[in-house]
Design a protein around this ligand. Sequence first.
Ligand code: ADE
Length: 225
Amino acid sequence: MRIDIISVVPNLMSSFFEYSICKRAANAGLVEVVLHDLHDFSTKKHKQIDDYPFGGGAGMVIAIEPLTRCLDQLMSERTYEEVIFFSPDGIVLKQGLANQLSLCQNMIFICGHYKGIDERVREKYVTKEISIGDYVLSGGELAAAVTADAIIRLIPGAIGDESSALTDSFQDGLLAPPVYTRPASFDGMDVPEILRSGNDKLIEAWRHEQAVKRTMERRPDLLHD
Ligand code: ADE
């Protein structure tokens, strides 16, 4: 998988991709995340990439020329299944969408900033708009990093324990059950006996029961989705 991320502040994301599961996946040759600084595609003095909005109003708008120059260059080099723009206007990222995107070979992520990007880029190039929640961020960079992380960890081999991405919260529509490690007893708090019973069938049933209980208590909406 290859993810090209276009941003006006790519450094915001570089350390994230240097230290996370994403880095391990990159080292294993499973994914390549390429950050592009939009300023490199400006032909203006001082590498300007934004301009005043037509019609007036506060804030600057990312201009169409540097963005299309960057997009056209990437699209001439390979075929992309998705060009994703991050915005609170988009569909809210859920596990199902992450699963779907984890099957893509090549994707472009566009991070907005300031007041947004010229609408014509959204009309001509963008195939999906994604929001990571109903709040406004200062830019799309954190949303792009969150989305990339959610996708990359699903690539087989990206995380140590092959089965654990599949047992994540949400993967079966339920929250994850509680987990414990040694010591079995700490300060009067004991690990549930069943987890130490060695009976895999009983443990699996207990975990499922706990997952359902936790989901009913904390996220009953997930049970009706
Ligand atoms: N850009 C600004 N706010 C955002 C959000 N909530 N999700 C995705 N991109 C954004």
